[in-house]
Structure formats: structure tokens, C-alpha cells
Design a protein around this ligand. Structure first.
Ligand SMILES: CC(=O)SCCNC(=O)CCNC(=O)[C@H](O)C(C)(C)COP(=O)(O)OP(=O)(O)OC[C@H]1O[C@@H](n2cnc3c(N)ncnc32)[C@H](O)[C@@H]1OP(=O)(O)O
Ligand SMILES: CCCC(=O)O
Length: 446
């Protein structure tokens, strides 16, 4: 079938496409590298004509024109499902709100709770069958576009084609307007180079990983660094089942470690929902039959994860309290990122036969401005601090000082174990606090 006539009929300028937006609308932008560029610029230019436009997106990988054009937030109200560094700065300036979400629920939210008047997303150019591929942002894209009253796509020739899985594309018959976006560079998220401390943490995790295990790596510097060190270890025949595809998986592949050979589900395929990393990683994704992108209600479903034996999840956090509550998304009232899929994988990996979940973190945090060092292990989370993983679900915690398992532990056992992996500089004070909190045994070390 030839879709050229339909393509020509739907092709228009960004300015024409965004005329469909009217005051009061809910508009969804693609997230990550699915963020539209030309459509964002064109919508921003309509600021003086419009009122009360609510925009949802997530993980901005480049600045947004609707923000630059409206620094007082008079017309465009932007909310994000997960903060990048840019979103975090906007939040600090009161220009962005967080939308609480456990990532596996996002497609359900769109299909059952939310209205979308207009969706604008960046996708790959149309293929010969009339499909536009969601590329690096499958996650919840299909659910958003199925919900939207009007679908506008902006093509980008540099977006790789991600093979599914499922829900990785949209057909031209489901699209209302097409804007050609050319070949602008796709934003990259460069991995941090592992330091000595990452290596200590990685060693403690690697000794828990057996050949044939399946690995999930979360967002942030440390999980990716740990993943790179797993690639350098002796373990082999690893599987990939993850929400976020990061460069560490490419390292595992290059070193012959990623075979997906022993996965009970999707054998032979590395499973993922969205990707952010280097251009080299994006080229690896392109038309690669060894990888399969799926929506997050599959990748992140604990009941799915539980079907994969020896599932190991590695995620990072901001702070941990002496009860074992994990805050991975805020520092007090400052929203840092989001729940994302952390709780999904902490829960699912614990259900997996032989599975383990690791929350890894540096034991201390040094404020860039003041240079003051504080403990990431705190007696109680600061006021406003958000619990990402409830204490009752937490399994292993790992810092450069060691590794502890909290599953099934009483409050005094938790306090005792957690303090052993706190920075030594803060341990005495933490013990004093634990005593006051009545979670310290007399016979505990002191
Ligand atoms: C997208 C997904 O869901 S993937 C699946 C797993 N999901 C998750 O794990 C979600 C929750 N986790 C996360 O978002 C990340 O792992 C994080 C935020 C914990 C770590 O990510 P990183 O990018 O390595 O964080 P980084 O060290 O750069 O710190 C981020 C910010 O938090 C601040 N911060 C970190 N720790 C602290 C602390 N203890 N106290 C105060 N501020 C802190 C940093 O200063 C930085 O702020 P800045 O940008 O203004 O300088
Ligand atoms: C990491 C979360 C991205 C999204 O909300 O789609």
C-alpha cells in the first residue's frame, strides 16, 4: 500500500499544526528524546493568543521554549512525571510541578484517568508500511497517543528505529498532523566515569550476581557505573530486562557478557522501555533484533519481573533513614527526580526466584556550594522528604562501607545494620539518635 498521498495531506508546518491548540487545553509532549523541538517553538510563539495551557511531559533532555517564552508562567503550566537536571532547576524556580507516579501505572493513568487534548511527539520518519517508530521513548507513548484527541508528530531522521516488543510505533492512519523536523542531533546523557568508591560498591554487588542473572539498572551515575563494572567482571550470560536502557548494557554486550540466553521470558532479547545515553548507544538500538522495546506496564510489572529467575536490580537513592525508608526522589521539600520505576523493580526482583534488589549510594553527600559534608544515612527523613521505597519492601542497601540486607529485620536490627554502612564520621551521632528513637538495643555495639 502507498501512503504518500495520506502523508502529503497530513504534512504541514509547525505553525499550522499547533493552531489546533486552544485555551484551556491539556497538551502532552513526548518525553526524553521524544520531546518535540519545532512544535514546542511554534506553540511558545502563540503565548499571547492563548490562556491556561497545561503541558505534561518528563525527563527534559533539552530546554523548552514554552518555558523561555513564559518565565512568569502566565499561560503555560508545565508538569513533569520525572525530573531531569533541567526540570529540577525549573522546579527550584517554581516553573515546573512534579506528577507523582509509579512508572508501571503511567499507561493506565492515560487510558483510564487523564484527558489529552493534543499530543505532540518526536518520532522516526515513516517507514514503507506507514509506521512512525517511537524510537528511544516507547514507555507510555502509545497510551498517550491513543488517549489524545489530536496527534501531531514531528519526525527526526536521527532517531534510531527500536524494534518491539510492542507499542513501539503509530500508524499514519492514527496521526492527524505531520511536521518534518529534519535531522537535529539527539540529546545525549553521558555516563559518569566510575571512581574508586563506585568500584567498592560494584564489587559488593558483583559477588551477589550469578552467571545467567538478569540485570536492571536504574537512572543516575552510580547504577550505570556499577553496570560498567559488572561488564568487566567474571560473570557471564547476563540478561537485560530494564525500564531504562543505558550505556552499561552496551559495555556488557561488547564484552560478550549480554547474551539473554537464560531468561525465562523474551529469551534472546534485551528488554527495555526507554533509552538515554550516548550516540553510540542509540546506534546500537537502531534496528537491532537482539533488543525489544516494550511499554512500562510490561517491563515494570512486578508480576512479569517475578517470572525471571535471579533478577538483580541496582538503583540509587538520595537518603536512607534508620527505619530503612528510602528516599530516591527528594531532599526534604526539594523534588530531585521521581519515583520512576524504582519501586517496581525493588518489588519485582524480590519476588523473582533467586532475585535480589540493591539500593546503592555514597555514604555521604557534599554540598557543592557550601562544601559541607552530610550523611546520606539520616535518623529520620527530613520534613517533606518523600519515601520512594517503603521500609517493608527494602532488600539490600550498599555503600562503600558494606552491604546489608534488611528483609525481615526488626527496627533495632535495621538501625544496627544500616549504621554499619554509614560514613564512620557520622556513626556515633546516628547511634545516639537511634537510642532516642527506641530502636537501639542495650547490647548493640557501643
Ligand atoms: C527513570 C527511572 O525511573 S529508571 C528506574 C529507577 N528509578 C529510580 O531509581 C528513580 C529515583 N532515582 C533517581 O532519580 C536517581 O537515581 C538519583 C536522583 C537518586 C541519583 O541520580 P544522579 O543523576 O546520579 O544524581 P546526582 O548525584 O547528580 O544528584 C541529583 C541532585 O540531587 C542532589 N542531591 C543528591 N543527594 C543529595 C542529598 N543527600 N541531599 C541534598 N541534595 C542531594 C544533588 O545535589 C543534585 O542536585 P543539583 O542537580 O541541583 O546539583
Ligand atoms: C522516567 C519517567 C519518564 C516518563 O514519565 O515517561
Amino acid at each position: 500500500m502507498n501512503f504518500i498521498n495520506e502523508y502529503k495531506a497530513k504534512l504541514c508546518s509547525p505553525e499550522t499544526a499547533v493552531k489546533v491548540v486552544k485555551s484551556g487545553d491539556w497538551v502532552d509532549y513526548g518525553f526524553g528524546s521524544g520531546q518535540p523541538v519545532l512544535l514546542d517553538q511554534a506553540l511558545a510563539k502563540r503565548k499571547t493568543e492563548l490562556k491556561d495551557i497545561k503541558i505534561r511531559s518528563a525527563l527534559s533532555l533539552r530546554p523548552r521554549e514554552i518555558i523561555n517564552a513564559d518565565p512568569e508562567r502566565e499561560v503555560f503550566t508545565y508538569s513533569s512525571w520525572h525530573f531531569s537536571g533541567y526540570d529540577r532547576q525549573l522546579h527550584d524556580r517554581n516553573l515546573c510541578n512534579y506528577i507523582p507516579m509509579i512508572f508501571r501505572n503511567k499507561p493506565h493513568f492515560y487510558r483510564n484517568e487523564l484527558a489529552v487534548d493534543v499530543a505532540m511527539v518526536a518520532v522516526s520518519p515513516m517507514d514503507k508500511h506507514g509506521y512512525f517508530n517511537f524510537s528511544l521513548s516507547t514507555a507510555a507513548m502509545r497510551a498517550i497517543l491513543e488517549t489524545a484527541k489530536v496527534v501531531i508528530i514531528e519526525t527526526n531522521e536521527r532517531l534510531p528505529i527500536a524494534l518491539g516488543g510492542r507499542e513501539e510505533c503509530i500508524h499514519i492512519s492514527e496521526v492527524d498532523f505531520i511536521v518534518e523536523g529534519g535531522s537535529a542531533a539527539i540529546p545525549e546523557l553521558l555516563p559518569t566515569v566510575p571512581d574508586e568508591l563506585d568500584e567498592k560498591v560494584a564489587r559488593l554487588i558483583v559477588e551477589e550476581i550469578i552467571n545467567g542473572a538478569t540485570i536492571q539498572l536504574g537512572i543516575g551515575g552510580m547504577p550505570n557505573a556499577v553496570g560498567n563494572l559488572i561488564a568487566d567482571s567474571d560473570v557471564k550470560d547476563l540478561g537485560m530486562h530494564t525500564e531504562m536502557l543505558v550505556d552499561a548494557y552496551l559495555s556488557m554486550y561488547k564484552k560478550g557478557k549480554l547474551t539473554n540466553k537464560y531468561k525465562k521470558l523474551d529469551k534472546g532479547k534485551g528488554v527495555w522501555a526507554f533509552c538515554a545515553g550516548t550516540r553510540e548507544l542509540y546506534d546500537w538500538v537502531d534496528c537491532n533484533p537482539a533488543l525489544a522495546s516494550f511499554p512500562v506496564d510490561y517491563t515494570n510489572n512486578p508480576a512479569v519481573i517475578a517470572q525471571i529467575d535471579n533478577f538483580v536490580s541496582v538503583n540509587n537513592c538520595v537518603e536512607v533513614d534508620l527505619y530503612g525508608q528510602i528516599s530516591s526522589e527528594s531532599a526534604g521539600i526539594r523534588q530531585i527526580s521521581g519515583t520512576g520505576g524504582q519501586l517496581d523493580f525493588v518489588t519485582g526482583s524480590y519476588l523473582s526466584p533467586g532475585g535480589k534488589s540493591f539500593i546503592c549510594f555514597r555514604s555521604s553527600f557534599t554540598d557543592k556550594q557550601s562544601g559541607v559534608m552530610s550523611s546520606r544515612v539520616v535518623p529520620v527523613l527530613p520534613a517533606g522528604g518523600i519515601v520512594t521505597d517503603p521500609r517493608a519492601q527494602v532488600n539490600y542497601l550498599v555503600t562503600e562501607w558494606g552491604k546489608v540486607n534488611l528483609a525481615g529485620c526488626s527496627t533495632w536490627e535495621r538501625a544496627e545494620r544500616i549504621i554499619t554502612i554509614a560514613h564512620p564520621h557520622f556513626r556515633e551521632e546516628l547511634i545516639n539518635q537511634a537510642e532516642q528513637m527506641k530502636i537501639w538495643r542495650r547490647s548493640n555495639k557501643r
